[in-house]
Design a protein around this ligand. Sequence first.
Ligand SMILES: [Zn+2]
Length: 120
Amino acid sequence: MNNRAAKTAIAGLGLLLGTTGLAFAGRGDAAAATGVMCFAGVISLVMLAVSIYIMVWVYKDAKNRGTEPILWLILVFFTGIIGLVIYYFVRPQGILTACHNCGKPKLDTLPQCPHCGAGM
Ligand SMILES: [Zn+2]
């Protein structure tokens, strides 16, 4: 093997190793990126589910207590957990009892059922 062939062989081997290394490094980054994105996706989904659950709960609770459910729903939609805390303290306080007419929960101090309109 002359000097030139040896240099070419070493250069070729170096190039091969370098490319393989880059490929592995690239794959590692892609895997890490995919992992991070999956994690972020799962977190987003959980947060979305929690937000929807909170909004549904606030809507139903506001309706049961004879307040404006749509307004509270909008507030909680835009303010999230802060809106929920505000709602929790501002909402009409009292015990929910079943309506004698439709059986749905209502605030016991309401003169009329917010669901069916039956007088107490
Ligand atoms: Zn009712």
